[in-house]
Each structure stands twice: as C-alpha cells, then as structure tokens.
Design a protein around this ligand. Structure first.
Ligand code: PHE
Length: 453
C-alpha cells in the first residue's frame, strides 16, 4: 500500500526523451500547420510571410518554448500552479490567462477538427471524387454552414480528445504521438510530390519561396507572430504542462530545438502541398480557411487511388489535430488535478464537455451565425480565434519571457546547465532574448498590429 501511495504522490513522467519530443511535437504540429499556415501565407503574400514567420519562430518562438519547458520542469506543476510555486504574487495570473486561452482555442479547434473527421467519411464514400474545384467548394461551403452535422463531428472529436486525456500521460498522450507523428510526416512527402508536379503547380512553389517584401505591412508581421505562437503551442502553458512531466536528466534546449524544427518543417511542407494545388487549379491563394479542404480533394481526385489517399490525408490531419487538442485539454485538466484535487477522469469529462458547449457558437458562425457580429465586427468564431491567438498567446509569451528572464533567471540557468552542460554562449543568447528582445518585440508588434501607433 505504501508503494501505491508513493506512486500516486510522484508526478508521472514521460517514458523516454523521444516520447517527450514526439508528444511536444504532437502538440505543436496540428491544424495550425496544415490548415492555418497555408491560408495565412496565402492571405499575406506567400514568401515574405514565410521569411518573417521563420525569423520569429527561430528567435522568439524557440526561446519562449525553452522558457516554458524550464518553468514546467522546475516546478513540476500545471500552468497556474507553476507560477504560484516559483514566485507567487500576481504571476499565477499568467497561467490563468493560459487556461482561459485553452478553453477558447480548443472550442473552435475541435470544430475544425470535426470537419476533418467528416471529410474522412466523404473520402470513403466517394463524395469527394470530383475533379471540379468549384463543385468541391460548394460541398465544403454547404457542409460547414449546416447547423447540425458539423456539431456531431465536433462532439465526436471532443469525445476522442477526452478519451486520450483521461487515459493519462504515458498510456494516452505519449503512446498515441509515437505512432502518429512519423506516419504524418511520411504521408506529407508522398502528397507533396503529386502536388508540385501538377501542371502549373510550380507557380505555387515560387509564390511560397520567392519573397516579395513590398506588400508587407505591420498586419503581416503581427499575423506571423500570432501564427508562430499558435503553431508552436506557446503562450498558454501547454509546454509548461508537458515540461512538468519531464525527468530531470533530459536536455531542455535540445528538445526545444527539435520541436521547433519539426513544427516549422511541417508548416513549410504543408505550404508546399497546398499552395501548388491552389495555383494549378486557379484558386485565389487568399481564399481563407477553406483552402485546404477545397484544393486538396481536387488534387486527390486527379490521382490514382485518389479516394484512398484522400482518406489517409484527412485521417492524418485528424490525428495531428487530436495530439494538439489533447495538449490543450491537458492544460486545463492538469490544473484541476494538481490544484483542485479533482480526479483526472472527472476533470477530463466535465471540462471537455464545457469546451464542447463553447464550441457550438463557433460552429454556427459558419452558417446561421455568420453575420452575427459579437465584438469589433467579428463573428463568434473569428472573435475566439482573434482574442486567443492574436492577444492572449503573444501576451502570455511576453510575460513568460519576462518571468524567466528577470524573476527566476538564476534558477532557470541552473535548471538547464546542471543537467546538460550547455555551451555558455547559448545561454547568453537565450538570456538576451527572454530578457529584452522577446518582450520588446512582442509588445511592439502587438501594438503596431492593433494600429495603436
Ligand atoms: N499548435 C497547435 C497547432 O498548430 C495548436 C495549439 C495551440 C496547441 C496552442 C496547443 C496550444 O495546431
């Protein structure tokens, strides 16, 4: 009985370093990379957006990720509890913002993930074996604007997410990520080969790879910043929470490097998959959220065994979404388990259900509520996305940087160095970024993007 007790007291750990990296990469790689990145790049002129995005990712993004890992492992606590344990005062509010962002993001994320589930079925039944992109656009439009059926898939997706989270860190999250992530990578490569070799596809490659900075505005830069935070799962404590399940011996900077690299690789690959098809079929690259769901089926329809590949693609997209959704729900669940003494199963089911309810108006925003302006001229879906990705995540990232750079800097350095013997130059560079560069740059970009000055 003593043993059982001891095991219950000790925080669960990832089974291996690879397991952790894949789980964290599983969180990072998701709809943000495959669905959002290509259309954001399309709306913002392609290549220039990619360059700005990558610069932000490999300076601010990677540094905030390391900061989150450090906070997590140092405290072995959830997003709110970590700040309370390391410093207290008003700092836990940063975690509270994160939990709020988690509620919002997961609510609309699950709606879009539901679309991928429905597209798996459409692929199998042959409903997508249509070569005419305009007809595929109609299918997409009438599906997402429907009132009930997207909600059914939203419910199914939430149920899957809840199931993985209640199965726990090792048996649920880690095991799923280890199988799913490599499969996703392999399939992306196969599909890109087909997409770039479509007649006219090379134009899309050029669009993404040859930057035209003349059209860049501060809005482009702030979109790139929000996208960087969203795609890397930063600013709301997901990586704090995952870091808290990390053993003391693991190399944190190396892990942050791997996760950042994998995530940006998948975003670039997804761009190379979607944008050539957009050009080949004469779509407008700034067509928005429908891009992936409309152009890719048109690519599949032109391929041998197209329905099979379409099914496989939406399956993998659903899986990528699932490993991300799990990390978002885990932020909320970990808080209620650690600090509110609620058991994992109850927390996952109840919180997951609340998030499902919050997602309903987002789903309806594609149809009956499309023109219902909630605030700032945005409908519910757009507002949730804007407040969470464009405000809460960057602000969270700013505060996390300040916290590590100024409040726990000494301990943070020890946390990294004691176990890894890292090169001092890198710690110096990281310090410079979390202390000065990231907070200033984020604040500046946010204010510029909002048109404050
Ligand atoms: N990074 C995920 C994606 O790109 C979404 C996500 C955001 C996950 C925030 C966790 C936290 O799809």
């Amino acid at each position: 009985q003593y043993e059982v007790c001891k095991r219950m007291m000790k925080r669960e750990h990832w089974g291996s370093r690879l397991g952790f990296i894949l789980a964290a990469a599983g969180s990072a790689v998701g709809l943000g990379n495959i669905w959002k990145f290509p259309y954001m790049a399309g709306e913002n002129g392609g290549g220039a957006f990619l360059v700005i995005y990558l610069v932000l990712v490999f300076t601010i993004g990677i540094s905030v990720m390391l900061a989150e890992f450090v906070i997590g492992r140092m405290s072995e606590k959830n997003a709110i509890g970590a700040f309370a344990k390391l410093k207290g005062g008003l700092w836990p509010i940063v975690g509270l913002f994160g939990v709020a962002a988690a509620f919002m993001i997961l609510s609309f994320y699950s709606v879009v993930a539901g679309w991928t589930l429905s597209y798996m079925i459409k692929a199998v039944t042959g409903a997508l074996s249509i070569e005419d992109p305009a007809a595929l656009g109609d299918i997409f439009g009438s599906f997402i604007s429907d009132t009930t059926s997207p909600l059914i898939f939203h419910a199914i997706f939430m149920a899957l997410t809840i199931f993985v989270v209640l199965s726990g860190v090792g048996a649920g999250i880690e095991r799923a990520s280890k199988i799913l992530m490599p499969a996703l990578f392999a399939l992306l490569i196969v599909l890109i080969v087909r997409s770039v070799t479509l007649p006219g596809g090379m134009e899309g490659v050029a669009f993404l790879l040859s930057p035209d900075f003349s059209k860049v505005t501060w809005a482009t830069v702030s979109d790139a910043l929000s996208q960087a935070f969203f795609s890397l799962s930063l600013g709301m404590g997901a990586m704090i929470t995952y870091g808290s399940y990390l053993a003391k011996k693991e190399n944190l900077p190396g892990s942050a490097g791997w996760v950042t690299l994998l995530d940006s690789a998948v975003a670039v690959l997804a761009g190379l998959l979607v944008l050539p098809a957009v050009f080949a079929f004469g779509f407008d690259p700034s067509a928005g959220p429908g891009l992936t769901f409309i152009t890719l089926p048109a690519v599949f329809a032109q391929m041998l065994f197209g329905s099979f590949f379409a099914f496989l693609f939406f399956l993998l997209l659903a899986i990528a979404a699932l490993t991300s959704a799990v990390s978002i729900l885990e932020v909320v669940v970990a808080y209620f388990v650690d600090d509110r003494g609620i058991n994992r199963k109850t927390a996952a089911v109840v919180l997951g259900f609340v998030i499902f309810l919050l997602g309903i108006p987002s789903s309806l925003s594609m149809g009956v509520m499309a023109d219902v302006e909630i605030l700032w001229g945005k409908n519910f879906f757009d507002l949730m996305d804007f407040v969470s990705s464009s405000l809460l995540l960057p602000i969270g990232g700013l505060l996390i940087s300040l916290f590590v750079g100024w409040i726990v800097w000494g301990k943070a350095q020890e946390e990294i160095a004691a176990h890894n013997g890292i090169v001092p130059v890198w710690i110096g560079a990281w310090g410079l970024i979390v202390k000065f560069v990231a907070p200033l740059a984020i604040a500046f970009i946010l204010l510029k993007g909002l048109g404050v000055f």
